[in-house]
Design a protein around this ligand. Structure first.
Ligand code: SAH
Length: 251
């Protein structure tokens, strides 16, 4: 880990970025604020010299960026996932202001959690299914006429707030002081969701041919409480018991 990294475990994740220049500019914005862990989900045009050129003295951040295929891979080990969006979405979600995000990320970082900050595509932002994997959504307030910032500028605003919260003294106690169990990572929660979905189908509560918003709302419920590892294990055990009961009745 280089000295440039003031926030080990805090990861900026850019999803399907079209313009490599934005990747370089985001890397620079990060390094200016003491963040260096960059993950690129399926970038369109990377590696690319424009990314290196736009990064100026943050070439190291670009060169060490991890490239993955899916958002799930990028957040698999994250215990806190925050998704940024220029628009209000259909189903409301717990929201953070950029300042609250700065404070929250510091509290998680002090607890050595892995944190994922998700940024969307230049043209379409993040998909609903990607936003539904987040504990919090974040919107940078703007003038009414134009709410969509350039991707790298949005990264700049968020990273700035994270560093400001650190410099000004975080106002939240670290998560480890307020919670007795480690938080579950996104991979464990994703497995729980598919187990829940199978079980809901098994007991006839969920009809995959007529899904409506059931699963989305259940995702929101469980992401809102931020499951810890023990809770995930208990819920998985509970679902397995239901599965067994169903197997006995319907061999
Ligand atoms: N048309 C897209 C805008 C994408 S801008 C949309 O409506 O979502 C590219 C990315 O920059 C967004 O996905 C988000 O990650 C970030 N971004 C841009 N403006 C933002 C804002 N006002 N608040 C939070 N994130 C923003």
């Amino acid at each position: 880990m280089s000295d440039a990294n003031l926030f080990p475990g805090v990861r900026v994740i850019l999803v399907e970025t079209t313009h490599p220049g934005n990747i370089g500019a985001a890397a620079r914005a990060m390094k200016n604020m003491g963040l260096t862990e960059l993950v690129l989900v399926n970038p369109y045009n990377f590696p690319n010299e424009k990314a290196v050129y736009r990064s100026a003295s943050a070439e190291d951040v670009v060169q060490s960026a991890r490239v993955v295929e899916t958002v799930d891979e990028a957040i698999a080990d994250c215990q806190l996932v925050i998704g940024t969006s220029a628009r209000e979405r259909r189903i409301p979600w717990p929201l953070l202001t950029p300042k609250e995000c700065g404070v929250k990320v510091n509290a998680a970082a002090e607890d050595n959690q892995t944190v994922g900050l998700l940024f969307g595509r230049e043209a379409h932002g993040l998909k609903n299914e990607e936003l539904q994997k987040c504990h919090f959504h974040l919107n940078i307030p703007t003038g009414e006429a134009y709410s969509s910032l350039n991707l790298a500028m949005a990264v700049q605003v968020i990273c700035y707030e994270i560093l400001q919260a650190r410099l000004g003294g975080s106002h939240l106690p670290p998560d480890e002081e307020v919670w007795d169990q480690p938080f579950a990572d996104a991979d464990a929660v994703e497995h729980f969701f598919s187990h829940l979905q199978q079980t809901l189908i098994q007991v006839g509560f969920h009809d995959p041919d007529n899904p409506r918003q059931l699963l989305n709302r259940l995702r929101r419920l469980f992401n809102r409480v931020r499951l810890d590892r023990m809770e995930v294990n208990m819920l998985r055990g509970f679902l397995s018991a239901i599965n067994k009961l169903g197997d006995k009745r319907d061999p």
